[in-house]
Design a protein around this ligand. Structure first.
Ligand SMILES: [Zn+2]
Length: 219
């Protein structure tokens, strides 16, 4: 699988395109107190959480800056797939390769919680990811190979039964009192058995790519 190009730049597998619209209408609480779409479908809930339903049609329209496609992010996190190309991000030792932004790498080195919502990156895609992903290119990213990744938390929006919505909240999977009110948009995993790996150098064209795609640009 090769990621599509848009205006000469690679579009990551996890990026949402403008043609991939939200589906299902506005979620609401059922009489049992669980957040649900008006017409529930099999597979709406995972880990006790309702997940944002979005059309899956990568390549339709334009890539949306900083927007993540929920179903593809979930697949990458659970199956160890590369956020750039969607192929397995396995090393020759059977470990999974992760490229983490500076803040997450610093937290892990400082014995903080080793969780992340950044999906893996395969070895061949590392230079392109460092050049083009907004959450990796603006700082010193670090590479780790990882023995295992376990689902740990959900990033999304909390819908109160009264209709109030709190956006961009992270809820741990053991916070069972809050999970029924959550509309999940990204999965966080806890990484274990980490080994720091060398960074594959950025492309020599990176400065020119960044100059032609400013912060609010597509990539
Ligand atoms: Zn890749």
């Amino acid at each position: 699988m090769r990621p599509p190009l848009w205006r000469g730049l690679t579009v990551p597998y996890v990026t949402r395109w403008s043609g991939e619209a939200p589906l299902g209408g506005r979620p609401r609480h059922t009489t049992g107190g669980l957040l649900a779409y008006p017409i529930p479908q099999e597979g709406d809930w995972t880990y006790g959480v309702l997940w944002a339903r979005t059309a899956s049609d990568a390549g339709r329209g334009e890539p949306v800056s900083h927007a993540i496609h929920t179903a593809r992010q979930l697949t990458c996190m659970r199956d160890g797939l590369c956020q750039m190309c969607g192929n397995p991000a396995r090393t020759s030792q059977g470990r999974t390769l992760w490229l983490l932004p500076a803040n997450e790498a610093e937290r892990i080195r400082g014995n903080g919680t080793p969780w992340t919502r950044t999906p893996p990156t395969c070895h061949p895609c590392m230079p392109t990811a460092l050049d083009q992903l907004p959450w990796l290119r603006d700082g010193d990213a670090s590479a780790f190979s990882v023995a295992a990744a376990k689902p740990a938390a959900v990033f999304g929006d909390i819908h109160s039964p009264g209709g109030h919505v709190e956006v961009d909240i992270t809820v741990a999977l053991d916070e069972t009192g809050t999970l029924p009110d959550l509309l999940g948009r990204q999965l966080l995993v806890t990484l274990s058995g980490l080994c720091e790996e060398p960074i594959v150098p950025r492309s020599p064209w990176a400065p020119y790519l960044r100059r032609s795609s400013p912060d609010k640009g597509p990539y």
